[in-house]
Design a protein around this ligand. Sequence first.
Ligand code: UDP
Length: 466
Amino acid sequence: MNMEEKRAPHVLIFPFPAQGPINQMLKLAELLCLYSIKVTFLNTHHNHNRLLQFTNIQSRFARFPGLFQHESISDGAPDDHPRPSGFLPDLTDVMKMDSHLRNFILNIRDDLGRSPVTCIICDGLTTFAIDVANELRIKSIAFRTISASCFWAYLCYPHFQDDENSDEKALTVPGMENFYFRRRDLPGFSRQFRENPLFSVSVLEFCIKETFNSARASALILNTNEDLESPFLAQIRTKFQKVYAIGPLHSLAKNLRTATKDQTHNHNGLWEEDRSCLTWLDSQPPKSVVYVSFGSITVLTRSQLLELWHGLVNSGYRFLWVRRPGLVSGEEDSDITTGERGFVVKWAPQEEVLGHRAVGAFVTHSGWNSTLESMAAAVPMICWPNSADQPVISRLVGEVWKVGVDMKDVCDRSTVEETVRYVMGGGGGEMGRSTAEIADLVRRSVVEGGSSYSDFQDLVKDLKSN
Ligand code: UDP
């Protein structure tokens, strides 16, 4: 191998082992390959196998010969060990993956047939990878897959943690003055947070700590854009050396795929997609269906599921509902049938569903990916946030972007019914206008001249400047 080859950029992408981060980082990997940057995508063994089983990852990246490698390291638990939500390893195990990561990079360095890693793009929740990179004198960039607003909220935690009486009061935190955030809009204070076994106080503390630790990397990537979150991005830029706001990544990737006439259907899921729902949607009238999905991690109780189900059925609208395995906590839900107007799948091709002409609204847990996908497709949202960044996002959806309704704590059948009717009925007119405007902003940000497009070009330059 000659010296020129050795200096070629080679990026190691290391996502947090969860659906949302894997989804976003695979899109980033694809974009970097399109710009001729070599990528090694490093998963846990468990998720690596799931991607091989359920997605077209191999054929999808086959068009980049010599540029993409999909590899894996142990997450500390045997493959048949039960994982919460089916794929998420124990957090304490994740934090112990640093030695596997170090050995993996050293093995590549010692392999004369491979070019050494020149930059690690790690998840902002696995900042031990930044320490490993520093120790091995490799550049590192943190990619945090939450919204900029939530990232900033984590950085501001010391400001509002003691303000016990501010459930309804506006919180005055730098960058948030113009937004009427209440305490219960923040990660960790919502009612759902206290009830959700996956998000304890120690998980919240971990998220805050990792947010601060991300500043040790040479740059930060966020899957957002200036038009959506400029006040928060401006604040984050005061604390981080460089911030690349390159989102929505799925729109950027779609745009570049169209430019290169690539028709590949990209499935990033850790479950098998059921595409029969697209055929069902084909037979429905335009904007007549409510799409319902709570992402990959959220767990509902049986009574929450029942309230949602009654609300949907009573609204009189047709619905397509994703009930992934494990959605309902420890209980059997097969007796809750769909009725005449419903269609249920275990996992849907969500981007395609949201882009389908028959879908008129999205009942969502306000995960950041789902929110971006809905905004890009101009589908208004009915938000029932659960935890993590979701209460912040749903507040912005309802109050700032005005592309949906934030149901927050209340999710009884009559609220669901009323909200579905309101949103499916046009949301008072204003919501239709703002969803179209936001979709247009998103579209313009990812084409040449747009902010995300140019931040992405800067990131590519950064990665090529070794
Ligand atoms: N998703 C999907 N099919 C489904 C449900 C979800 O492809 O049936 C995808 C969705 O498109 C999104 C991701 O899973 O990209 C969920 O990410 P999000 O940030 O919304 O929620 P999380 O799973 O992290 O809570």
